[in-house]
Design a protein around this ligand. Structure first.
Ligand code: CS2
Ligand code: MN
Length: 349
């Protein structure tokens, strides 16, 4: 595996200089954040990002994410132009040496939580999700803003979009995803960029919007929509793991050859459709992080891996889920497990 760490660009309080000091991190996961969704990423901008990261002593490993325009998900409007733009962006990324791109197909909202800084008994705080609170929220009121959400909507454009989704079923979304893959994966194959879809978070419908990248059967269906190694997965343990029916270790074994990017995050299930984000260590949450890392090790996983969201600890403030300290602890923990697994394997031989 190749250990990476997410960086939100020049405005990120977690600087590249700090990330470089985390032992074992060689790669950066990043994106260009100021290009409107759907427009082509120019090669010069990609090179600028790459050069900044290399000047700090690391490499640009994965793009997370190249966002998919809503017209592609709803299957109307300008989708063909946006798909053509997406393909251009992939070609430019390939020219810059990028070989892995993460994206998601969640309508309107990326990952969603009910509280961004819930106080935990140990004095840290974390993101939590409480279904009842979310059901009471009105997405038009702008009560929450998360790092992954597109902030360019006005109240009117958001209203129109939510209205449009009322007539889009899960099956429609599957069809629109297939339409996208049929065009984009062909290009990804040509330029050798591995596409890695991120699961929906949480993996169930919110605000009445359809969500389909949610469980094993749907991941299987997704991979069959376009059967190519370039049509792959970002396996996010925390996103899928909040549904107790999803066995992450089993998913790693089942889809190993199609997982290009591993997100490791622990979560603690606190009730039905309710969870807290937890420290990475197995005993801190509901997921067997050791078992998951071992599954990757057993499969000889050579893809990219990163710690996912962390808590805010030691008084840190910043982007919810994306502080330095807890994610750094997560990195070191995963690296420690990996080293132990490597050594045990060597000694057994
Ligand atoms: C999240 C997402 O779990 C995660 O990694 O932080 O924002 C994720 O980056 C996107 O859904 C990927 O497209
Ligand atoms: Mn993730």
């Amino acid at each position: 595996m190749k250990m990476t760490f997410r960086w939100y660009g020049e405005d990120d309080p977690v600087t590249l200089e700090k990330i470089r000091q985390i032992p074992g991190v060689t790669g950066i996961v990043s994106a260009i954040y100021d290009i409107p969704v759907g427009e082509v990423w120019p090669l010069e901008r990609i090179m600028q990002l790459k050069n900044t990261i290399e000047a700090a002593g690391m490499e640009l490993s994965v793009i997370e994410s190249v966002p998919v325009h809503e017209d592609i998900k709803t299957g109307d409007g300008d989708r063909d132009r946006y798909i053509a733009n997406y393909c251009e962006t992939l070609k430019n990324l390939a020219k810059a040496g990028i070989d892995c791109v993460c994206y998601n197909f969640m309508p309107v909202f990326d990952w969603t939580r009910s509280d961004l800084a819930f106080n935990l008994p140990d004095g840290s705080n974390a993101l939590i999700y409480d279904e009842e609170t979310v059901l009471k929220m009105d997405p038009l009121k702008g009560e929450l803003s998360l790092p992954g959400w597109d902030s360019s909507y006005t109240k009117e454009s958001m209203k129109a979009l939510l209205e449009k989704y009322k007539s889009i079923s899960e099956e429609d979304l599957w069809n629109n995803l297939k339409y996208f893959l049929d065009r984009v994966i062909k290009v990804a194959e040509e330029v050798k960029v591995k596409m890695a879809i991120h699961p929906d978070d949480p993996p169930w419908s919110i605000f009445g919007l359809p969500r389909i990248i949610t469980n094993k059967a749907n991941l299987e269906r997704f991979l069959k929509l376009y059967d190519s190694p370039y049509n792959g997965l970002t396996l996010c343990s925390g996103s899928l793991g909040v549904d107790p029916n999803n066995d992450i270790t089993d998913l790693v074994h089942s889809f190993a050859d199609r997982i290009h990017f591993a997100h490791i995050r622990n979560i603690k299930i606190t009730g039905e459709k309710c969870f807290e984000e937890a420290a990475h260590k197995t005993e801190c949450g509901s997921l067997d992080i050791f078992g998951i890392v071992k599954a990757y090790h057993d499969e000889g996983f050579e893809g990219y891996i990163r710690p996912d969201h962390g808590r805010m600890i030691w008084g840190e403030t910043g982007k919810p889920g994306y502080g330095l300290y807890d994610r750094a602890l997560g990195t070191v923990y995963i690296n420690g497990l990996w080293e132990a697994l490597d050594r045990m394997k060597q000694e057994a031989n």
